[in-house]
Every structure is written in C-alpha cells, then in structure tokens.
Design a protein. Structure first.
Lengths: 520, 833
C-alpha cells in the first residue's frame, strides 16, 4: 500500500551567479572598515608572526596597524619624499622600505630611527625585499638596476643592470636563499641568482610588469602587467602555462591566499578577482569604489586589506563562526536523550516490535490528503508561505487544478480574500516559472467573480492592477521578440565568418587564452 | 507455408483475474483465483503462484469450495462446464457438462449435490436466470449434468448481484433498481424496489450486494456511492426498513460482511477499503490508497484475512484489523500501455506501464512483479474524468545504467511534459532521479532512444527524443565544470534537428551508434551521430512511416521501415537504394538484439500473423498465421540466459531470445517449442500435506518441547558412545585388570591414563599444564599416533608399563619427555624377532 505523496514543489535552477563553496567562503567577510591615508597606498604587507600587524606604505609614511585598530599603532615617517614598499622580514622583527630619494632604510619594529641605510641607487627605489636567508636585501630602482645588499655591513654585494626600464616589482624565492626575481617596465621579468654575475632567466611578459609573485613551491611564477595575469613554469625554463585576461584595466597587484589554493589579483578597474590555482578560473570577485593599487591577505584569510589610488585603505574582517556552535552545545543533552537507545543492537532472543515512522506532513499536505481543497488554498495563502515561498503556493494551486477542484477552492471568498489572491496573482503572474499556472488561476478568478465586479473598490483596483501587469508583460515580450529578430539577422551574417575564425584558433597551438566575461 | 504444430502460442501471464471473487482455502493458507481460462492458487504466506489449474476452454466465471469437502473446488466457465478440482494436488476430479454459458457459480452447504449457476435465458438476449444444477454422482471423469431447475428469473449476469443469506435460507438478487428475495422453504418471492433517481454523481442502480451471515439483513451497493442496509422481516412484503450509509463518491463495487456479521466492508473506484463497524452509528475505518479500484472483496472462513481484487489484476491481502498485509502482483494491468514493451538489460524483466504513474518491472520467470518505480511522484486521485500525468515513453541504456522516462499530462491548451533521467544506484539497487527536464518538446514526444554502445556507455551516452513539434533533440551528459565540486553529471540539450517542418515520428540508432535514423512523416532521414549532418533521406510513398529499425550483425547495412500504407521496405545504406519491399500491414516491428532476425506482426482481417525475416532477403524465415484473435499491440524479444537447444532449423531464430507479445486485453503470450508439461516448474508439483495443518500456539509449544527432548537424547547418546570407546581402550583395561601390587606408583600412571582418555584433537590443550601448552599443541598429534603404537605394543608382548615400572618411580619432567621420545621410536624391529 502506498503512502500519501506530498505535493511536489518544483525547484528551478537558479539563474545568474551560482553559489559555490568559494562564493560562500569569500562572502564571509564583515562590512569593510575604511581608513584614510595621506596618499595612494602603494604597498601593504602583513607581519608573518602574530598578532599579524600590517605595514601600509602611503606617501612619505609607513603606518603599522594592529588587527582591529583603526589608528596606526606605529608610524615611521623619516622620509623626505615618498616611501615605497615597506616589507617585513620572515621573523617579523625588521622592516625595509625604499624611497623616492633612492635610499633604502631598514627599521627595527620596536625602534623609530632606521637601523641601516643603504645608498647606491641613483633614483627612486620602488621595490625592496628580504631574501629568505634574512641577511640580505634585494632592491630594484628607477635607475634600471637591481641590487643585492648585505644587512650587517650595509654594503652592496652585487648590482645587476640588465633591465632597460624602471624596475617596479620583485619577489624573493622562499626555497632558495640566493634567488630573486624582478619585473620591470621593459616588459620582462628576470630571475637572478646571487651566485652568478648575470640574470639566470628572462621571461617576456608582453606588457610593463606591475607585479610578480612566486608560488611557495618556487616552481610557478605569476606576473601581472597590462590587462594580463600570466603564470609561468620556472622549472620548465619559463614556459607560459596560462594567460588570464579577466580585468579590463591594468592589473596592479597580486596575492596568494594562505593555503596557496587561490590567487587574487587587484586592478585599476576596481575589481579584485580570485582564481583557483588548479583550474585558473575566476571563482569569485570583489568590487571596490576606486582603482586598486595594493592588496594583502592576512594568514588564515582573516583580513583582506586593499589600498586604493585615493588613499583609502579598505579592511575586511572575516565573520566569526562561533555562534552556531554555541546553540548546538546548548541542545546537546536534549539530543542525547532523543537518540538514547538508538544504537542498541537487538540480541537474538529479543523480540522486535517495529514502530512505524511517523511522517510529518505540512499543513497544506494534511488538508490535501483529506481533500479539503479550499482550506489547503487558505493555508498556502498565509503570509510566510505566500511571501517567501511563492513556489509552494503555486504548486498547491497546480495540484488543485490537477484534481479538478481549483474552481471550487477559489470560489466563495470574501472581499479581503479576493484582494489577497489578486495581489498575489498580479505580482507573480509575470514570473516565467509561475505563468502557466497563474494564468489559469487568473482566468478562473475573473470568471467566478465577474458578477461582483463594481461592488467593491478594493477588488476593482486589484483587477486593474492585474490588467496593467499583464499588459506590461505583453509589451515587454513584444520588445524582446523584436530584439530576437534583429539578432537573428546578425547571426545569419556571422555564420560564414565563423569557419575561418575557428581555423585561426587552431593554429595558436600551445598558448591557451582563457577569456571569460569581464564585465560583471 | 503452414507453421508446424510444434511451435505453440503459450499464454504466460497477465490474464484477467476478474472472473469471480477469490476464495481462501479452509485453513486460509492458500488463495484461489479465477485467472482467464485458468484457476490460480497462490500461497498467502509467500505470495507465489503455487498452481495453475487449466482445463476450461473459456473464461472461468466462478469458483467455490466444495462445502462438503474443503479440499475440493468447483469452477464454472463460459464453456458451459463445471469442474471439480482437488486443488492441493491440482488434479481435476470431475467435469460436469451443463451446456449453456455459465456466468456465475454458487455452492451452498445446505444443498446436497447441487450448485447454483447463472445462465442466459434461452431465446432472450440479455436476460439471465439463476438455476440449480444437480450434480450426479455417476462414476467417470466426464459427466453430463442436464438436470436444471430455475430458481430465479431476471437476474443480473454479474456474480456480485446475487447472494445467499443465512445458511442458504433465501437467495437475493438485484437488478437495476429492483431487489428480489426468494425463500427456499416457503417458496416465496418478495420484490422491492427503490425509486430511480438520477443525481449529479450518478443513478441509484444497484451494483452489488451481500447478505448478513446470521440476521435477516441485506446490504446493497449503489452506483451513486450509497450503501443501503435492508432490515426486514422479508416474509411480509411491506415490512422493511433500510438505512443508508454514504461515504463513497462513486459507485460501490463490492460489499462483504465479516464472518460474525458485526462489520461490513465496502470498496469502490476510490481504491479505499471502508470498514463500517456498527451499522447504527456509522463508525468507519479506512484503508486508503490501495492502488486501484476494488473489484471484489472476499473474506477467509476464519475471518482473519480479507482479500481485495483490483481492476489492475492485483490482489491485496488485508489483516482483520484492517492492516495491509501482502500484495500479490502479477502483470499489473494498465488502462493504456503507452510505453511499449521494454526489456530491462539488468534484470531481463519486462518493463511497461504499471499502476498510474509507475513503471512496473515484471519478472517473466516467476510471473511476479519485481518492483514498481514511481516516476510521476504525485498522488494519484482515483476519480473518473481527471487528467493526470502518466508515463508515456521509457528507454534504457544498453547496460541498464540509465533510464529515461517521459511523462505527460493532457491539457486543453498544451500538454505538460517532463523528461526524466534516472541513474541506477548500485548501493540502493534502485534508480535515482538525476535530471528532470520540463517541457523538453513543445508537443508530444513520439519516440525516444539511447545510443546503444556497450563499450562507450560512460561518457558518450546520447539520448534522442523525437517530438510532434517537428524537431528531434539530442541530449548529452555534461559534467559539472567546477573541479572542486563533487563530480556529478546532468543532461542537457546538444542538438536540435528538423526536416522540412514535418513531425518527427520515430528515431533509431544503428548498431554501432554511428548513424541515427529519424522518420519525419513519410520520409526517413539518416544523420551522422558525430557531426549531426544529414546524410541521406529515404522515402517510399504512400503512407507515413510507422516503424523503423536498423538491421543487426551481418545485416547492419539495412534499414527497415514499415509504413501506414501497408508496406514493409528495406533500404540498403551503402547504395542508398531500396533493396526490397513487401506489401504487409505491419503493426509491430521488433528486431532481435542478439541476432539478425526481425519480427513483424501484422493485423489483417481479425487475426494477427507473425513474420520473422532477415533483412538481407525478402523471403520470411518463419510465418505464424493466426497468432491471436486479438490485435497484438506490442512485442519484445527477451534474451535468454543461455541459448536454448532447438531441434528444428526453422526455429533457430528462437535460440538466443524469446519473443513475447502483449494483446489488447493485456495478456502476455509467447511462442514456445516446448510442451506445457515441460514448462511447469517442478517446484510446484509437491505441496506438503503437513503444512496445511494450522499452527496453533499449543502445537508450537509442544514442538519446542519435543525438539528439546530429542536433542537431549542425542547428546546423551553421544556421551555414552564416548564412554564405551574409552572403556575399550586397552591401556585402561590393562590398568584395571593388573593387580595393584605390580602397578607402578599412581603419580607415574596418571599421565598415561589421562593420555589414554584423549580421544580427539579438539580438546587437546585442555588437560595440559599452561607452561607446556605451546609445546604440547605441536605434539598432540604425535601423541595420539603414539598412543596407538603403545597399545599395539602392549598387545604384542610385554607391557611398557611393566618395563617402565622397573625404573625409578620419580621422574622429572625432562626425563618424562625423553621417555616419550623413546616411545616414539620405531619398535617395529621387535616384531621381526
């Protein structure tokens, strides 16, 4: 014998953005905190040790912010002109920064005055950083040179002048203490080994390089410049793995998340895009008010800090997820008593009496089960169902129609109820998923209540609203058809050209360009 | 060419069970049903068909237990004969030939050697009379029974409209709006009638009736859903009262009183069994959703079980407390089989429409429904005139991994269509819904097929649907693109093809899956299944294409098509030309999946004929005329588990697979070269008589007790045997018979004695000291061998105990071990002396 089958509520695939684990994860941030800086923020760097303070370089100052502080906990302001690229050492004790006047300064986090000053660049130094052995510093300057410095003696170890334009970005390998890379406006990224006199590898990015990044494994290199983000395999001698073109303005900064699974890129087009490092597809994107210059993620992805051209620092903190656990812990004893004896294994001599599982039916299902169609319709016209899950209301209407009792369920209602019904129909009839059912319902309502039209002002108004809604929809559909016709003619002319376009694609061979919709 | 008699058309299932009420055997263990020309016996406990009793030449219309011998059964049939059966053995005892058509059968305990039957009144059409037939006690199998005496005139033909009351004191019959009651003793006939009224829901004609077993009370059911209970002193015409019970909204199909008469059961189109408790205060219980309309209700003689027969040939057995107990399901009869006959590749079961909205999997071997898959998943309302969604198309992929179903609901404006794709879940062993597509076509789907490629099942599975909206659509499996999301597949449309705005009617893939043939009204188009390019078209006017199929194996270059105009055409795909055509009005065209043969069933002038041919030659291999009197709707080849040995070369086409047909009345037939006796399974031959003894709590208790005692007895016996064995041991004998003064000390004899008691390997470690266990366990086997040797030695000459006795009495453990080693040595040299 079959049990009662509840009404099937049709679920429709959600259009637009699909909810993935990534979107859930990256949406889990609180509303951002905005901090005004003195000038364009050119670098943000998180301290690698707790409490994960971050250094923000803007104009002639370096501010160090605590995790939740809106005011800087410390300020380094011994720069005559703009400071650049304040970067922490691996142990979080030292900070190095370049400057417009060409000198590099090394600070102790606890002190104020620079510990060391490295002079040697003739022009502004836009990029500095520590090598992974902690005792050497690399730098790149607008004098086209990339230098290596010894911290204890404050002397230059080696200077490479291989770039032919400003050196604006760089990065040290975490695996090998002698290797660092620099990117320059001459469209190249060069890999240097401190043990050799010249660069080891040169990669042509094709656009002025704004940012470079090495994966923690040291095998993959990411370069950003122009609208492109390109990933290169260093171990294969600098072979292009993938080229991403998801921004429509220059990409200015790159960043990896703490797990290394996601790559973030910020751009002048005011977007931060998040890529999966396995498929190199955009999994999520953030939108900001102005063009982005710098970007940093704290360990564990706790905080996203974005610096803009107008000097605004945008700080997003992750939402705490503790509340859920609390409520669960409260319920636990009750749950335990509830499952008491569930795991009992019957012994051989036990006599089992099975208890039928009680199925909980929704209210409308109970009413439909006992064939009370009018009451079932009333049940689904109650506010929570009608407003938040209109698909349930429509499903029940459809079920009633299927049973042939929709007309009797709709009939015999008073002014208030007709008003409610008509409001619902007028609002939802234009939704494509509900249209087929609600058109029948509207048809029946007008049929049944035709004789009473004119007796109540409220009902009359609702009828007019319904007419208006349907009229609008018809106009809209006509317009759409016109557009479709226009597009058809366009497509008809395209078909011949497409064949040649396909052939071009094939000749490209190795280089694979992933293009997705850029205008979100 | 005339078919040799060896190949016979055999009915193998799906016969209608609507001949008569089912009858429980006296012990309520078996259920007897009229099934077409047969009487079927089911086991109530296991639901299986135990016996099929055949012998009637036409439909069986009534079955009754012999009131004087509960192991015998009367059955009546339209062929005019009554048969007496011993149903435990399945043997016909006697056949009484009555003559006219028998429409119903009743047997009474009070009437010796006569039964009541309903026969048509001679000379008048549509008038029937109830007569009693004297069953002569003459010897012989076939007896004439021509002694008829009319009891009631003007009765209805339906067996539900006559009932005997109060141990056969009176008989009551209803027809239209009249009720007549006849008292046997008084020979008095009373007539009552209800005034004919027509209401919205129907008229108040009588539909069925039942008599109270002890009181003068008659319950009648009406077409408008009312039940009237007539209490009366029916001796006097005017004194009668009736009360009305009304719950059914449609006509009452059957009524039955409980054995004590305290409650009344009623059933109808709503497929709800209603139990009316006490007639006075309308208390009632329901057993809803029994699947389909209730046709007959019958009670077992002890009142513990009740059984309902449904219009779809299902039997439901219900406990006395109105709990659903079991359901006996053969081939469920569906109002309209739209899906066709499909074979499930996994279970080799026939798949077709079952109960509304369900797909039934029917096992051909056991004549049982394997399971019913709910496709529509909506509550079915049993009400006439409602348009509800039903299943119209079914297709399986080659391995049975995917199932595609199409359901539609007829609407005034446009039909509601859904295409569902089901994935076979190995864990739950059932189909799981994977993708649901709303409105796959704008109009009805006419045909659907999978690309049958055995080896490429996983990724390149393709489904093609042809619709009346002039297109065919190709559906492909797509994997979800996100690599981190859990791997899942869904189906989406890949290609839409059309041809000159003609309606697509059939589609079919070639055997290797490279070509797709789609018929558009009068034209067959052939498409490449990789690029979806139109390759060529075939046309053979006049008439629209009704069926198409590709040849298989050696004949895979041929495409066969059958047209409305009565032509069977065969096109060669290599030359793109018509190979041959034949004038044949083909209604069913079915290729055998395992051979080149194609079966075509034609319908010509009131009989169906079967033609089996190979596409490469226009001459048929086999023709069977007069396959059935009814129109054959559907046919299917079911692969055999192992190729059957067939003697005649003519029937070689039956070697690999068997052909099944479904007729208009939904009877399943097959062609078989075997005789009927061979087809019966041997398991149904014997029924243990003991089993028919009812099991009482007392007998259970007694049985337990007995079993325990007998077990104890055997245990004791074993012990005794062991003891004897041990006493036989010579070592023990020696010990007992030797005088005490010559024996060595007891501490030395002890291990030997204990060793001699060792009998089996099982308890080897039991008597050993813990620190010696590991050592001993290795040795025990040797020990037992050694034992034998020792005893031998004793018998031969000197006893070793005496020898050892001369040694020092106290032996350390190590010394003992040494001793054993010595004993293990080969002493056979002694015997040489």
């Amino acid at each position: 014998m079959a049990t009662y089958k509840p009404v099937v509520v049709q679920s429709f695939p959600k259009l637009g953005e699909r909810i993935t684990q990534d979107t859930v994860y990256w949406r889990g941030y609180k509303t951002p905190v905005q901090i005004k800086e003195f000038g364009a923020v050119n670098k943000i760097d998180f301290s690698p040790v707790p409490p994960y303070n971050y250094a923000v370089t803007a104009s002639s100052r370096i501010h160090i912010y605590g995790r939740y502080s809106q005011e800087p906990v410390k300020t380094f302001s011994r720069f005559k002109d703009a400071a650049y690229c304040a970067t922490y050492r691996d142990d979080g004790n030292l900070l190095v920064a370049g400057s417009e006047e060409g000198s590099i300064r090394l600070f102790d986090i606890s002190g104020r005055a620079p510990l060391r000053q490295f002079d040697g660049h003739t022009k502004a130094v836009h990029v500095v950083g520590f090598l992974s052995d902690k005792y050497r510093i690399f730098s790149g300057g607008d004098d086209y040179s990339s230098n290596l410095w010894d911290i204890p003696s404050a002397t230059e170890i080696v200077s490479y002048s291989e770039h032919t334009d400003y050196v604006r970005c760089g990065c040290a390998s975490k695996v090998n203490a002698d290797v660092f890379i620099t990117g320059s406006y001459d469209h190249t990224v060069k890999l240097f080994d401190a043990r050799t006199k010249s660069s080891v590898m040169t990669i042509d990015h094709g656009q002025p390089v704004e940012s470079v990044l090495l994966f923690p494994s040291g095998g993959l290199l990411v370069s950003a410049g122009g609208r492109y983000v390109k990933v290169w395999d260093v171990l294969k001698g600098g072979q292009l793995l993938v080229s991403l073109k998801n921004h429509h303005k220059t990409v200015t900064c790159l960043c990896l998340n703490s797990s290394g699974q996601r790559l973030l890129s910020g751009s002048l087009d005011r977007h931060v895009k998040i890529y999966s490092t396995t498929s190199y597809k955009v999994v999520h994107s953030f939108n900001y008010a102005t063009s982005i210059l710098s970007l940093a993620l704290s360990p564990e992805d706790e905080t996203i800090v974005v610096g803009m051209t107008n000097g605004v620092l945008n700080v997003k903190h992750r939402k705490p997820e503790e509340r859920k656990e609390k409520s669960q812990s409260k319920r636990q004893p009750a749950y335990r008593t509830y499952v008491k004896g569930r795991t009992y294994m019957p012994k051989q001599e036990d006599f089992c009496v099975s208890k039928p599982v009680k199925r909980v039916l929704r209210k409308y299902d109970k009413l439909l089960k006992s064939f009370q169609s009018s009451k079932a319709l009333d049940a689904v016209l109650e506010p929570p169902i009608r407003l938040y899950t209109p698909e349930v209301t429509v499903a029940v209407m459809q079920e009633l129609h299927r049973r042939g009792t929709l007309r009797s369920a709709l009939a015999g209602r008073d002014e208030k109820q007709i008003n409610l019904l008509l409001t619902f129909v007028a609002r939802r009839v234009i939704e494509p998923r509900f249209t087929p059912v609600l058109v029948t319902v509207a048809d029946m309502i007008t049929d049944i209540y035709q004789p009473v039209v004119g007796q109540s002002a409220i009902v009359d108004r609702q009828f007019l609203k319904l007419q208006e809604a349907i009229g609008k929809e018809i106009d809209y559909q006509e317009e759409l058809l016109e557009v479709l016709g226009m597009m058809d003619t366009l497509f008809a002319t395209f078909t011949k050209k497409r064949a040649t376009y396909l052939e071009e694609n094939k000749s490209n061979g190795l280089t694979e360009t992933i293009e997705t919709n850029t205008n979100n | 060419m005339v078919a040799p008699a060896a190949l016979r058309v055999v009915r193998c299932g799906g016969s209608s069970l609507h001949g008569a009420r089912a009858v429980f055997s006296a012990d309520s263990k078996y259920l007897l049903c009229a099934a077409g020309d047969f009487v079927k016996m089911y086991s109530v406990a296991t639901e299986e068909t135990l016996r099929l009793m055949g012998g009637h030449a036409d439909l069986v219309t009534g079955i009754q237990l012999n009131p004087h011998n509960r192991m015998q059964l009367y059955s009546s049939s339209l062929d005019g004969s009554i048969k007496l059966w011993d149903f435990m053995d399945g043997i016909p005892i006697k056949t009484f030939t009555v003559g006219p058509k028998l429409l119903a059968l009743y047997a009474l305990a009070s009437c010796e050697d006569s039964v009541f039957v309903v026969i048509p009144k001679s000379g008048e059409r549509d008038t029937f009379q109830l007569v009693s037939v004297k069953l002569t006690k003459a010897a012989g199998q076939d007896v004439e029974a021509k002694e008829l005496s009319v009891v009631l005139d003007g009765v209805d033909a339906s067996p539900k409209r006559i009932a005997f009351g109060r141990e056969g004191e009176y008989v009551a019959s209803v027809k239209d709006v009249n009720l007549q009651v006849y008292f046997f003793k008084q020979k008095q006939l009373n007539r009552f009638s209800v005034s004919a009224t027509k209401t919205k829901s129907g008229n108040n004609h009588f539909t069925c009736m039942a008599c109270h077993p002890t009181q003068d009370c008659i319950a009648t059911g009406h077409a408008d859903g009312k039940i009237r209970l007539w209490y009366a002193n029916f001796y006097h015409r005017k004194e009668y009262t009736f009360t009305t019970l009304h719950w059914h909204h449609d006509s009452v199909m059957d009524l039955a009183f409980s054995i004590e008469g305290t409650s009344l059961l009623s059933g109808g189109v709503e497929s709800v069994l209603v139990l009316w408790h006490n007639e006075s205060d309308c208390q009632k219980d329901f057993l809803p959703r029994l699947g389909s309309a209730i046709e007959y209700i019958s009670m077992s003689s002890d009142g513990t079980l009740c059984c309902t027969l449904h219009t779809d040939n299902r039997i439901t057995i219900i406990n006395s407390n109105l709990r659903f107990s079991k359901s006996i399901q053969g081939l469920i009869k569906s109002p309209d089989i739209k899906t066709g006959l499909v074979v499930d590749p996994r279970t080799k079961a026939l798949v077709l429409n079952g109960e509304p909205g369900h797909l039934q999997f029917y096992c051909l071997r056991s004549d049982q429904q394997l399971f019913s898959l709910d496709i529509v998943q909506r509550q079915y309302i049993h009400q006439a005139g409602l348009k509800q969604a039903d299943l119209v198309k079914v297709a399986f992929s080659a391995q049975g991994k995917w199932l595609a179903t199409v359901e539609e609901r007829e609407e005034v404006t446009d039909p509601e269509l859904q295409l569902k794709l089901w994935f076979y879940d190995e864990e739950t062993q059932s189909f799981k819904l994977n993708t649901r597509i709303n409105m796959p076509h704008d109009d009805h789907i006419t045909d659907m097929c999978f690309r049958d490629m055995d080896e490429l099942e996983d990724d390149s599975l393709i489904l093609v649907t042809a619709g009346r909206d002039c297109v065919f659509k190709v559906w492909m499996m797509v994997e979800d693109t996100d690599p981190e999301a859990q791997q899942s597949v869904s189906w989406s449309c890949d290609f839409v093809g059309s041809y000159h705005n003609y309606q697509a009617t059939n589609c079919c893939f070639s055997e290797d899956g490279s070509l797709l043939a789609v018929s558009f009204e009068e034209t067959v188009t052939v498409w490449d299944s990789v690029t979806w390019d139109l390759k060529c078209t075939f046309c053979h006017p006049p008439g629209k294409i009704r069926n198409i199929c590709f040849g298989r194996l050696t004949c895979s270059k041929y495409l066969i098509g059958a047209t409305d105009g009565g032509f069977l055409c065969c096109w060669n795909l290599l030359s793109c030309a018509l190979e041959w055509s034949a004038h044949l009005n083909v209604s069913v065209l079915q290729p055998d999946p395992l051979s080149e043969h194609i079966a075509a069933v034609s319908w010509l002038s009131k009989e169906s004929s079967l033609f089996v041919f190979k596409p490469n030659e226009p001459r048929p291999i086999y023709i069977q005329r007069n396959l059935s009197k009814e129109k054959i709707q559907l046919a299917a080849f079911v692969p055999r588990d192992e190729p059957e040995m067939i003697g005649s070369e003519k029937y070689l086409w039956l070697r690999r697979s068997q052909l099944f047909f479904l007729t208009d009345t939904q009877e399943l037939m097959t062609l078989s070269a075997k005789s009927l006796e061979e087809r019966l399974t041997p398991s149904s031959k014997q029924l243990a008589v003991e089993e028919s003894l009812p099991v009482t709590p007392f007998s259970l208790l007694l049985g337990k007790h007995r079993r325990q005692r007998s077990q104890e007895g055997t245990d004791l016996g074993k012990l005794i045997v062991h003891n004897k064995h041990e006493q036989d041991s010579p070592a023990v004998k020696e010990l007992l018979h030797t005088p005490a003064h010559v024996l060595p000390s007891a501490s030395f004899l002890c291990p030997i004695f204990i060793n001699s008691l060792l009998i089996s390997k099982e308890n080897k470690s039991a008597e050993e000291v813990a620190d010696e266990v590991d050592m001993e366990s290795e040795k025990t086997e040797d020990d037992s061998d050694e034992e034998g040797e020792v005893t031998e030695m004793e018998q031969e000459d000197k006893s070793p105990t005496e020898l050892l006795g001369e040694m020092t009495c106290k032996l350390s453990k190590s010394q003992e071990k040494e001793l054993r080693k010595i004993r293990k040595m080969d002493y056979s040299w002694i015997s040489a002396f």
